[in-house]
Ligand binder design. Structure first.
Ligand code: OOG
Ligand code: MG
Length: 263
């Protein structure tokens, strides 16, 4: 099959699965030619379709599978990245209805907001921090469009790295006001601790995950834009959510983020 047709078919199937909240089977079995490069093109197509349908625009980027905990949980041993849209952003003070989701999970992340463009093929951790305006705790709702969250690397790339919604917590700190590497994190559901971790769980330092992505983006002539938000990837396993769940993440010296779910 022609490459363009493959890309369109995959993007259209994922777009409909999200809109109508149903699961699809992973694509690699039917499209053996699907590799990471083609999958990023399908992701771009999917984002174009979503921007048009939701009348929204790009808010930033997200990384996924940047911690050993997440890689082992999902059986995919390389990081991936996707796009965040304005339509995916939720706030802490509004209960989140579970109605639009397929099988949502939530996970704690460190978010970065950029004050200038970050571009290049050999960007380092200090350069990432230098271009960062603020860092803050965040929660990401992931909702893979694949049956039982079962996917390979190209599948999850095409599916915009399972992204669904995100919530920024606070307060906002400058990147040199917290130790993003040694910073401890406590993740709770309904008052019970379900995981603990540290910033270093994300590739040794969350800014390293962002450097990795920027260096990859450069291959496609892309970059992080001023004002964009980047989620650096979950620090521990994601947890499933049900109506009535109150989820919080607290980060040492960095504040917290909260989400409450309803039917
Ligand atoms: C893939 C997305 C992973 C993260 O932070 O590791 C991700 C998945 O687990 O479905 O967003
Ligand atoms: Mg994530």
């Amino acid at each position: 099959m022609l490459q363009k047709e493959t890309i369109d078919n995959i993007a259209t199937a994922l777009f409909s699965a999200e809109r109508e909240a149903f699961e699809v089977d992973k694509f690699v079995d039917n499209y053996p030619q699907l590799n990471a490069d083609l999958a990023y093109r399908a992701q771009e197509r999917l984002i174009e379709m979503k921007c048009e349908a939701e009348k929204t625009k790009i808010a930033g980027r997200k990384l996924g599978l940047t911690s050993v905990a997440k890689q082992q949980m999902m059986g995919v041993h390389e990081p991936v990245y996707g796009v965040l849209l304005d339509s995916m952003r939720l706030t802490e003070d509004t209960p989140i209805s579970l109605a639009p989701f397929i099988h949502p999970k939530i996970e704690p992340e460190i978010a970065f907001v950029f004050k200038r463009e970050l571009k290049g093929s050999s960007v380092s951790v200090p350069e990432v921090l230098d271009a960062t305006a603020y860092v803050m705790p965040a929660l990401e709702i992931i909702d893979s469009r694949y049956r039982n969250f079962s996917f390979t690397l190209p599948d999850v790339i095409a599916d915009n790295a399972s992204s669904s919604r995100f919530i920024l917590g606070g307060p906002y700190f400058k990147p040199d006001e917290a130790d993003l590497r040694l910073m401890g994190m406590v993740f709770k559901k309904n008052g019970q601790v379900i995981s603990t971790s540290t910033g270093a769980a994300v590739m040794g330092h969350p800014a390293r995950a962002i450097a990795w992505m920027v260096n990859k983006l450069a291959e496609a002539g892309q970059s992080i834009q001023p004002g964009e938000i980047v989620l650096s990837g979950a620090l521990c396993e994601a947890t499933a959510v049900s109506a009535g769940d109150l989820i919080t993440v607290s980060m040492d010296g960095l504040g917290s983020a909260t989400a409450f779910f309803t039917n």
